[in-house]
Design a protein around this ligand. Structure first.
Ligand SMILES: Cc1cc2nc3c(=O)[nH]c(=O)nc-3n(C[C@H](O)[C@H](O)[C@H](O)COP(=O)(O)OP(=O)(O)OC[C@H]3O[C@@H](n4cnc5c(N)ncnc54)[C@H](O)[C@@H]3O)c2cc1C
Length: 511
């Protein structure tokens, strides 16, 4: 069977859903094909014994005040459909070296005051660090909304001032910037960047410019959760496609990208839920999967040229995440923040984070646990209903090869051991925690690879590495195949904001 559309969308991750919704809203017929039985990729949820668990979202930024998601929300009229619930503080950090837990608030002034209070010797340095970061964030946010000549004249002085900072530090790594401002004091760095694992596992490789833009939004306005979970946002995007007459089909795996005689995208071949092959013809294909997966869907003689632009890029990190339902609110057990980062004693600095993921490849040892991010959805009006208090998520860095080559029984045994170890660690921090756990589930890197379908289980597309040598242009949405656009974390950067920006760029390019 063959059908014809204006565009086919491969996958229903947030990037693909954004591209599909914008293209449908512009008046085009769209067919979305999702390999799994439910939509959203990472941005999803699952339900156990009546309890709704969020699968990915801990924090994102709100689509306002220059946040780059704002334009997508405006174009698709999503403001009334998706509610962003503010998170009370960015993170609480717990580390032996810190002494009492440190609360990282949001707002540049509040952050500077909190750091100056705990680390008076760095009062000036933290201001200078935030100033460097804000110049880059401001420059990129401003130029993303650039206008005509009058706009350039009006904003010229600001841009020149920002450029002095951005130009000087453009290609640096996060480590270089932290070392410049705070020297060898690793404790203040852990307090200021407790969420490093949201971006990279190695601060020597994490690109400062990318970090400044992403973290700048969190520092300025704080983090937000989407009431009802990330699935609410995905549903709103899919509803735009459906309202415009488009179709969204789950349980359909795309196998082949069709090309016309000129080598342009001409549609896809996919397998339906009964195993039958179907053809959907379209001059535009938005791809919500990785370039290396797309290469396999192309004719063999097109693959090498297709992959060449991604040469030398490495995959981003992956995670494991425990989802826990409790008999008592986590706050009653002593958790005092929405997001708490537990830094293990073996970590003497941020650079040690690169050793964390490999720990999961062995049986857990209490003295060699990875740093953990503990998210208590009960601190906010999260809208994750269930018979008991809102759930808690515990995330750690992981690697797919930690779980490869294991028999089914060995995989289950290692998973169980790690789930017990994570709960045990929380029980040491907050006595009584283990006894209050009534339901638990662990998603490993292997789960991520299966469920998102990404190579290596990568959750953020390519790693945001600082450019080596001369900076190269960032990954683009267009590919060597005219009409085939990347629309996912692999199109630029990952995370909820990054992929929606990528999806919008893909729709703009196609339009
Ligand atoms: C545990 C966890 C916590 C996270 N926390 C945060 C957070 O707090 N804040 C934040 O901003 N980000 C967070 N992220 C990252 C964020 O969720 C992802 O970067 C983002 O959702 C990826 O979107 P994507 O568009 O790349 O699509 P993906 O989520 O990768 O989805 C791709 C989809 O395409 C489908 N697909 C692939 N191949 C095919 C094919 N051949 N045919 C049909 N369908 C196909 C897949 O089945 C999948 O549904 C987290 C991720 C995880 C896993």
């Amino acid at each position: 069977m063959s059908e014809t559309f204006d565009a086919v969308v491969i996958g229903s991750g947030l990037g693909a859903a954004t591209a599909g919704a914008l293209y449908a809203k512009a008046g085009h017929s769209v067919l979305m094909l999702e390999r799994m039985e439910s939509f959203g990729g990472a941005a999803s949820r699952f339900i156990r014994e009546g309890q709704v668990f969020e699968t990915a979202l801990h924090e994102t930024t709100a689509p306002r005040d220059g946040d780059v998601k704002e334009e997508v929300f405006r174009a698709l009229d999503l403001f009334d459909r998706v509610t962003f619930v503010p998170v009370p503080e960015l993170h609480e950090v717990r580390a032996t070296a810190l002494g009492a837990p440190f609360t990282l608030p949001h707002g540049y002034d509040a952050i500077a005051a909190a750091v100056a209070d705990r680390f008076p010797q760095h009062a000036g340095a933290v201001r200078a660090f935030l100033d460097d970061l804000e110049h880059i964030r401001h420059l990129l946010s401003l130029t993303a909304h650039r206008g005509g000549l009058g706009w350039w004249v009006r904003h010229g002085p600001e841009i020149l001032s920002d450029l002095r900072h951005a130009g000087r530090d453009f290609g640096r790594s996060l480590s270089e910037m932290l070392d410049r401002h705070f020297g060898a004091d690793e404790t203040v760095k852990a307090a200021l960047v407790p969420n490093l694992a949201y971006y990279h596992d190695d601060p020597d490789r994490l690109w400062w410019t990318f970090f400044a833009v992403a973290q700048g939004e969190y520092y300025r306005h704080g983090g937000y959760f989407i009431r009802g979970g990330s699935t609410v946002l995905v549903k709103a995007l899919l509803d735009v496609i459906r309202a415009a007459g488009g179709q969204t089909r789950a349980g359909r795996t795309v196998h082949e990208i069709l090309l016309d005689a000129e080598g342009r995208a001409a549609g896809v071949v996919y397998r339906d839920s009964h195993g039958g092959l179907q053809t959907a013809r379209a001059p535009i294909v938005f791809a919500g999967c990785a370039p290396e997966q797309l290469a396999d869907m192309l004719p063999a003689d097109r693959r090498a040229a297709f992959l060449a632009p991604y040469d030398g890029k490495t995959r981003s990190l992956t995670l494991m995440q425990a989802s826990l339902a409790l008999t008592r609110p986590a706050a009653d057990l002593g958790l005092t923040a929405y997001s708490t980062v537990l830094v293990p004693d073996w970590m003497t600095g941020l650079r040690d984070l690169k050793d964390a993921a490999a720990l999961i490849g062995d049986d857990p040892r209490p003295d060699r646990l990875p740093p953990l991010t503990v998210v208590d959805y009960g601190r906010i009006d999260a809208g994750l209903p269930g018979p008991g208090p809102a759930p808690v998520a515990v995330a750690a860095l992981d690697r797919l090869d930690n779980w490869e080559g294991l028999s089914d029984a060995a995989y289950v045994a290692r998973k169980t051991a790690w789930l017990d170890a994570l709960i045990g660690r929380l029980d040491r921090e907050w006595p009584g925690f283990a006894q209050a756990v009534r339901l638990s589930d662990l998603a490993t890197a292997r789960t991520m690879a299966h469920w998102m379908g990404t190579p290596g289980g990568a959750v953020y597309g390519f790693a945001p590495d600082a450019p080596a040598g001369m900076p190269k242009p960032p990954t683009k949405v267009d590919t060597t195949i005219p009409g085939l656009f990347l629309a996912s974390a692999w199109a630029g950067t990952g995370g909820f904001t990054g992929v929606m920006v990528g999806g919008k760029a893909a729709a703009d390019a196609a339009l």
